[in-house]
Design a protein around this ligand. Structure first.
Ligand code: UD1
Ligand code: MG
Length: 451
């Protein structure tokens, strides 16, 4: 039988150094709150239930975490008495009884699911506590992992370390897996007789060994254990995350001409042989098909683009834009809540909002859907093969039938029937020879002005 696993995610830090009204763990990496990255890593490693320990804004954190996980409980730690005390704040969840208990930090969003799975594998192999460490050139501030004959004997917090202990470069990443059947007994045995007067989770190592239990340490990459305390660190972690995502995209068959200038979100999906030119931003909710070309300087959120489309340069797609196959969208075109049929074209300078565009329709340069009257939004429906002449305004709600023509410069306020041609502008009048009259009048006016 597969072992069951719950997580306790520590998120009760004040986050003062973020200088933010938003709880630190709700700041985003790749468009996803950092605590959700941690939950997702835990899920990948088999974590089924998540107990999040928070200090403030419990309701806000809870609703965000519920967005990515079903079994979530929130536990308030009103006094910050240390990491062991924080874990015990989730006592009611721990009491439910799980095989494996993973302790995670919510401000460490690069937490690696394989590393978590590795810790769990050690528990399955008979260890009672498995700790994730890393080696670093700059161990200052971290607890040190003290090893003897390949076994972890203690974690020494820096303030309590002797000089030889502080020379150790193997550090505690903070993440550990604990035998779920022994967790409460071990946690309750932790005291606060140390230089900070805090209940240190790290003391669990020595306590377990005194009880004759087995403790092991695993090594992870330092980068995976980076914690975020300031917005400078937030940006650093974002940069690492983006770098990884770009690599993942390229290895999956997406061409990035200038990877450094392309930004992805946690849920961006892009098909094979799609090409992305420089300076493109993919916000949340974007799916791009195979063989799409995205020219430079495009911005996408909540958009899906089917295979074979050509988009941009300088296109903005948002608010549920859905493009069929082989569409063409050119420069300075914005789509908001648009269904754009197969092979349709909007090649220049266009705004389509709340619109449904049929297959192979052609939307001329400068076409604007007037979808908003200052209070309500209305829909524009354009049939397949319709042709909208340049510089037309489509005042919604309005529809243009299949194969219809709209003359350029029209302001369309009434529905255009299928196959019809609509002209909605003043008729042109040519006054023969009148140009000279106008010119003479202008010159006479100028001559009257005082020098
Ligand atoms: C902790 C570890 C240290 C490790 C380091 C890695 C302990 C005693 N020390 O030290 O060995 O090298 O992390 O970054 O565990 N928290 C609470 N409630 C509390 C205290 C902390 O929720 O009462 C949370 C914090 O929000 C944070 C995490 O626990 O997410 C770690 O706390 P922090 O104060 O950063 O511990 P460190 O001193 O960095
Ligand atoms: Mg810390």
């Amino acid at each position: 039988m597969a072992r069951t696993c719950m997580t306790v995610i520590l998120a009760a830090g004040e986050g003062t150094r973020m200088r933010s009204a938003l709880p630190k763990v709700l700041h985003e990496i790749g468009g996803l709150p950092m605590v959700c990255h941690v939950v997702k890593a835990a899920q990948t490693a088999g974590g089924e239930a998540h107990a999040v320990v928070v200090g403030r804004e419990a309701a806000k954190v809870e609703s965000v975490v519920r967005g990515v996980a079903a079994k979530v409980s929130i536990h308030e730690q009103t006094q910050r008495l240390g990491t062991a005390h924080a874990v015990l704040s989730a006592r009611s969840a721990i009491e439910n009884g799980f095989d494996d208990l993973l302790v995670l930090f919510a401000d460490t969003p690069l937490t690696n699911p394989q590393a978590l799975a590795g810790l769990r594998a050690s528990l399955a192999d008979g260890a009672n506590v498995a700790v994730l460490g890393f080696r670093t050139a700059n161990p200052q501030g971290y607890g040190r992992l003290l090893m003897e004959n390949g076994e972890l004997t203690a974690i020494r917090e820096e303030k309590d370390a002797s000089i030889p202990e502080s020379m150790v470069d193997f550090c505690n990443g903070g993440i550990m897996a604990i035998d779920g059947r022994k967790a409460l007994e071990l946690l309750e045995a932790i005291g606060n007789a140390n230089s900070k007067g805090e209940y240190y989770l790290t003391d669990i190592v020595e306590i377990a060994r005194i009880k004759g239990l087995k403790v092991v340490a695993h090594e992870a990459a330092e980068e995976d254990l980076l914690g975020i305390n300031t917005r400078v660190e937030l940006a650093r972690v974002e940069a690492i995350w983006q770098e990884r995502k770009r690599k993942e995209m390229m290895l999956a068959g997406v061409t990035l001409v200038d990877p450094q200038s392309v930004y992805f979100s946690h849920d961006t999906r892009i098909g094979q042989d799609t090409l992305v030119e420089p300076n493109v931003f993919f916000g949340p909710g974007v799916t791009i098909g195979d063989n799409v070309v995205i020219h430079a300087f495009c911005h996408f959120t909540q958009t899906s683009i089917s295979e074979g489309c050509h988009i941009g340069p300088f296109a903005r797609m948002r608010g549920n834009a859905r493009l069929g196959r082989d569409g063409h969208v050119g420069n300075f075109v914005e789509f908001k809540n648009v269904e754009f049929g197969d092979g349709a074209k909007a090649s220049h300078l266009t705004y389509l909002g709340d619109a449904k565009i049929g297959a192979a329709a052609n939307i001329g340069a400068g076409t604007i859907t007037c979808n908003y009257d200052g209070v309500n939004k209305s829909q524009t429906i354009i049939g397949e093969n319709a042709f909208i002449g340049s510089n037309s305004s489509l005042v919604a709600p309005v529809s243009v039938g299949k194969g219809a023509y709209v003359a350029s410069g029209s302001v369309i306020v009434d529905d255009v029937p299928e196959g019809a041609m609509a002209v909605a502008r003043g008729r042109q009048v040519n006054k023969e020879g009148h140009a000279a009259t106008i010119r003479e009048r202008a010159l006479a006016k100028k001559a009257q002005k005082p020098a």
